[in-house]
Write a protein that binds this ligand. Sequence first.
Ligand SMILES: [Zn+2]
Length: 119
Amino acid sequence: MDLIHLDDLDPRRRRKAEKSALLSKLGGLCAYCGAENPVTIDHVLPQSQRPELKHYWGNQVGACPRCNGSKSDREWLTWYRAQPFYCPSREANIRAMLGEWGLLPDFAEQPVHPSDGVE
Ligand SMILES: [Zn+2]
């Protein structure tokens, strides 16, 4: 007999569980500035440009409201590299996530930093 998870029966409960799992990705920190306890979900590839990725796990990260609001629907890498809190290792984390979920070809034109962990 299969186990029945309560989360599967109640969409609101499932959504809450998904949100909390999303917010704890990338060490539970804002994906961009590293602030603790990010409370918003940011779509790395903006919803306005990639609406089909709205619910795509690999396109969502936890972000603090300041970063989420500032980034808005800008192209993430251009925006991120212009921020005073820009951090190459956090960029690498986001790239790794996008790559894992097959979203990296979008950035094929961007130079890949040698320390990005490419084998
Ligand atoms: Zn932030």
